[in-house]
Design a protein around this ligand. Structure first.
Ligand SMILES: *Cc1c(COP(=O)(O)O)cnc(C)c1O
Length: 231
C-alpha cells in the first residue's frame, strides 16, 4: 500500500471508531480530502485508494488540478477565501462551497451558477470561537444570513462550516463544535433544512464527530505536511 492509501485507511478507521463511540453510524460522515498544495499525482493516488471528494482553498491552483484530473469523476469542494472576481469560476467548476460568509458572494454564486448544473451546495462559514481569522460570519449575524442564502434559487444551503482555534485538549475542541451544532438545530427549528455540519480537521476530527460532524475536512493526516514555499 502507498503512504497515501494507508493514511486514508487510518483516517477512515478513526472516523469509524469515533462514530461508534458517539453512537453514530460511520456512513453519516463524509471524508473530504483537503488537497491544497499537493500535486495532481497525489490526488490521483488518493482517488485510486477510493477517495472521490477533494477540497481546495486557492482558486487558480484548484482550476489547474481540475483540468489535470478531468478524466476522474471527482467531486470538487471549495473551502478557501472568496473574492468577488472569483465567484464565476467557482460557480462553474465546483459542486460545493463551504466558505460562504457574505450575502453579496452568495448572490453572485447563485446568479453565475450555470443552468445545466445542479444547484451549488453551500455551507455558511461561521466564526464560532472569535478566532484571529477574519473568515466566517459572526454568530450574531448567522441567522439572518442563513435565511437570506436559503432563498437564492441556484444554491442549496446544506449547512454550516467552522474552523475553530486549534486546541490540543479534547474537551476544549468539542466546545465550538457543539456551538455550531446548536446553531444548526436552531436554524432547523426556524424552518431551514440543514443536514450538514462541515467540521473537523486533522487534529480535531474525532471531537468534531462526537459533536455531530457530517463532513470532516482532512489534509495533513492524508497527504502529510504542507510546504507552502514549493510553489
Ligand atoms: C487546510 C484546511 C483544512 C485541512 O487542514 P488539516 O489540518 O491539514 O487537516 C481543513 N479546512 C480548511 C478550511 C482548510 O483551509
Amino acid at each position: 500500500m502507498t503512504t497515501i492509501a494507508s493514511n486514508l485507511q487510518a483516517v477512515r478507521d478513526v472516523i469509524t471508531a469515533a462514530a461508534l463511540e458517539a453512537g453514530r453510524s460511520a456512513i453519516e460522515i463524509s471524508l473530504l480530502a483537503v488537497s491544497k498544495t499537493f500535486t495532481p499525482d497525489a490526488l490521483r493516488e488518493a482517488f485510486h485508494a477510493g477517495q472521490t471528494c477533494f477540497a481546495e482553498s486557492y482558486v487558480q491552483e484548484a482550476l489547474d488540478k481540475i483540468a489535470a484530473l478531468q478524466d476522474l469523476p471527482i467531486e470538487w469542494h471549495y473551502i478557501g477565501p472568496i473574492q468577488s472576481n472569483k465567484t464565476r469560476v467557482i460557480a462553474e467548476n465546483f459542486g460545493w462551497v463551504h466558505s460562504v460568509d457574505r450575502l453579496k458572494i452568495a448572490e453572485r454564486l447563485s446568479v453565475q451558477r450555470p443552468a445545466h448544473l445542479p444547484p451549488l451546495q453551500i455551507c455558511l462559514q461561521v466564526n464560532i470561537s472569535q478566532e484571529a481569522s477574519k473568515s466566517g460570519v459572526a454568530l450574531s449575524e448567522a441567522d439572518a444570513l442563513a435565511h437570506a442564502i436559503a432563498k437564492l434559487p441556484n444554491l442549496k444551503l446544506r449547512g454550516l462550516m467552522a474552523v475553530p482555534a486549534p486546541s490540543v485538549d479534547v474537551a476544549a475542541q468539542r466546545l465550538p463544535f457543539a456551538q455550531l451544532r446548536k446553531l444548526r438545530d436552531q436554524l432547523n427549528q426556524q424552518g431551514l433544512q440543514l443536514d450538514t455540519l462541515s467540521m473537523g480537521m486533522s487534529h480535531d476530527f474525532a471531537a468534531a464527530i462526537t459533536e455531530g460532524s457530517t463532513i470532516v475536512r482532512i489534509g495533513t493526516a492524508i497527504f502529510g505536511g504542507r510546504d507552502y514555499h514549493k510553489g
